[in-house]
Design a protein around this ligand. Structure first.
Ligand code: ATP
Ligand code: MG
Length: 236
């Protein structure tokens, strides 16, 4: 349902992604791993149209061409992006932050239903719903950032390094939660530094190197693949 064909993209003069071809299905949980600067974040930014996507690249989601779409149009297509660094509105409380995720929806009943869905999924967000975002722990902030994306009931969720700064235990809990999101019918692309840990939870993994896809396959197979370590050590 998400097809990426001959994707070439970058920033102004810098050509980062080179002929990336990928194909994902509904409900899959995908990890995107690779060394620093290999182009992981740029894949997410290309899908969300905040990197410069060059002519000839094709990204289609449920048959719809995404490359020309603006961010608000992508959101209407069911695509949500959680950038690196748990960006929340620090002077607003949890509930106000979550409601911002539905700024484009008028129907109050739908908004309440979405809020309830997020609270059912992350009970801690409900418990602390009146707490200001700046006063939350790292894990709670990450839940909030993901919760705001879930307010959109996304069909495609793009996550950039959700485990950043979290303890090993919280990281595992978060990966398990994200897997649950995918099982409910959302395709999740998760960029992660903690490659092996992420791969224990994901169905498939994209291994990036120098702007190209080096390996793509089932996570459990790639975990045993000797080439995985070589990519991270910079060898060929
Ligand atoms: N906004 C930008 N403007 C110019 N160059 C950029 C920009 N963002 C990233 N780059 C460059 O693009 C290349 C790929 O960056 P990208 O952020 O996709 O890497 P990454 O794999 O996500 O790395 P990391 O693991 O460090 O997050 C790098 O050389 C980086 O310096
Ligand atoms: Mg990155």
């Amino acid at each position: 349902m998400l097809f990426i064909k001959n994707l070439n993209s970058g920033y102004e003069e810098l050509h980062v992604l080179k002929d990336v071809n990928l194909e994902f299905k509904n409900s899959e949980f995908i990890s995107v791993v690779g060394p620093n600067g290999s182009g992981k974040t740029t894949i997410l930014k290309s899908i969300f149209n905040i990197a410069k996507v060059y002519q000839g690249s094709k990204i289609t989601f449920f048959g719809k061409e995404l490359v020309e779409l603006k961010v608000h149009e992508l959101i209407l297509q069911g695509i949500a992006y959680v950038p690196q660094g748990r960006i929340n509105f620090s002077d607003l409380n949890i509930e106000q932050n979550l409601l911002l995720g539905n700024y484009h929806i008028k129907d109050k009943k739908t908004i309440q239903e979405n809020l309830q869905t997020v609270y059912d999924f992350f009970p801690e967000l409900h418990k602390f719903r009146h707490k200001l975002a700046f006063a939350l722990s790292g894990g709670q902030q990450q839940m909030l950032a993901i919760g705001r994306a879930l307010m959109l009931q996304p069909k495609l969720l793009l996550l950039d390094e959700p485990s950043l700064g979290l303890s090993p235990k919280l990281t595992q809990e978060l990966f398990a939660k994200i897997k649950e999101i995918s099982r409910k019918g959302t395709l999740v692309l998760m960029v992660e530094q903690q490659a092996k840990k992420a791969m224990e939870y994901t169905d498939k993994t994209v291994v990036m190197e120098s702007g190209q896809v080096r390996l793509f396959g089932k996570s459990k197979d790639l975990l045993k693949d000797k080439r995985l370590g070589k990519v991270f050590l910079g060898g060929k």
